[in-house]
Design a protein around this ligand. Structure first.
Ligand SMILES: [Zn+2]
Length: 163
């Protein structure tokens, strides 16, 4: 499967030095801060934790940039007041905006379930949750406007009766 750069951004692997806890590039022979000789097997678990956290945060930041799109989405909803798009065009345009929501749901499945006590990670989770509420709100507003605008238009017009 193709790698999604928003969900799986490229990460340089870092571990923590067992003595001074500073971040060290995985594969380094010595800690650049305290000069301790590094045992790769010993620092490996911290490499995994750092990788998971960094990827989750980086992915969350990337996904949050889509939140700006909500302005265009709201603009489109408001423009219905002036333009009548037709019901199916409305539904088509709206489903495009499900994409950011879909990315957020995928983020949760991929990055949202770690029990890691890290301030930045908790913050990223909160930010993604805020984005989720934002898009749910926008879609709810959109659905109400569609129903209101097209309440006179049946989704499937009844067939003409046989003569
Ligand atoms: Zn060190």
């Amino acid at each position: 499967m193709k790698r999604n750069p928003h969900l799986e951004p490229e990460i340089t692997p870092y571990g923590n030095c067992p003595r001074c806890r500073e971040l060290v590039l995985f594969g380094s022979t010595h800690c650049p801060y305290c000069d301790l000789e590094l045992d790769q097997e010993e620092i490996f678990p911290s490499v995994i934790v750092n990788f998971v956290i960094t990827q989750a945060i980086s992915s969350a930041n990337s996904i949050r940039t889509f939140d700006m799109g909500v302005i265009i989405f709201i603009g489109m909803i408001v423009s219905r007041y002036f333009v009548n798009y037709g019901l199916w065009v409305d539904i088509g345009l709206s489903s495009f905006w499900l994409l950011p929501l879909w990315m957020i749901v995928r983020w949760y499945f991929k990055h949202g379930r770690w029990e890691i006590d890290d301030e930045e990670y908790s913050h990223a989770k909160k930010e993604v949750r805020a984005g989720f509420m934002l898009w749910i709100g926008a879609h709810f507003f959109n659905a109400v406007v569609i129903l209101y605008t097209h309440k006179a238009t049946p989704l499937f017009p009844p067939l003409a009766p046989h003569m």
